[in-house]
Design a protein around this ligand. Sequence first.
Ligand code: KG4
Ligand code: ZN
Length: 345
Amino acid sequence: MTVILALETSCDETAAAVVVDGSTVLSSVVSSQVDLHARFGGVVPEIASRAHLSLLTPVIAEALVEADVEGCALDAVAATVGPGLAGALLVGVAEAKALALAWGVPFVGVNHLEAHLYASFLEEPDLAMPLVLLLVSGGHTMLVLMEGHGRYRLLGSTVDDAVGEAFDKVARFLGLGYPGGPVIDRLAAEGDPKVVRFPRPMPEGLDFSLSGLKTAVINFTRRHRPAPGSEDRPAPGAGGRPVPVADIAASFQAAVVDMLVAKARRAMDETGAAGLCLGGGVAANSELRRRVTEMGTEDGVRVFLPSRAMCTDNAAMVAAAAWWRLRSDGPSPSDTGIRPNFPLA
Ligand code: KG4
Ligand code: ZN
């Protein structure tokens, strides 16, 4: 039995979790800094680092108390080393290395993208490989073929914006606040996705492109939404009829999901993989989950969706990835540093 305490501080969530053997979650504490960043419309790196500094110790204490585990009973301490914001990563890595040293246990450095993929194994340890993984978050959009534990082949990625970034930017433009993904998800449920037929750019192969769609939504909104401060008339000179914001949100979301499902389906066809898994914050999206499940049924492929809490940033997924890395590579060297641009493959 291997008990791992893992820390996650790569962006704006301060998280700690205690997980046994990569799959039994004894605790998973996530303290979101969303309120601190919301008024800036996005994550402010320096604010994130400072918030991690003050939040991390209480979050770790809560994770240990909830798991009912003493520090000295742990077998390893893990932390995300990258990719992510340098200052934010430094806080988690320094803390994890100090705790590992104090308790005399190994430190394990984890790739954040690999952790998102291991959110699936955390909940379903016996998933058959090869697997196609659709990783969609605020910073990344990629299709990965997982041939075995730790063995990845990048099939495609975004040529411009990440999907979560597009959700956040569109939401900001629609005046819906930050982070945009969850708000658009909720609002889209009240809208009609057929009101606007936004473009669905399909670059070559298994790559994605989001910026053309984002620009199309912004241009449409300029023409069809009331200017701020006016009653219900579109912006001066725009000339379009007003369209409810819920319809714009639903139409945007439908275009994104169409693109993601089309590429995921193609990746499954080309690789003949045994199953498809989702990971990353955008994998919490209701419409994406519904459509991917539908695709699995239509095409007769196994689809695995981690629970919503395991899709967005958390430390339990870091512990699951750390458990596999510890078994395959052993402890990370003591001079392991942060890797803000750490690639997956
Ligand atoms: O994986 P994550 O928590 O952090 C990164 O590693 O980036 O992903 C955060 C991203 C944000 O862009 C957020 O807007 C998006 O995931 N997101 C969603 C939903 N929940 C979070 N996007 C669409 N629908 C959601 N329900
Ligand atoms: Zn993430």
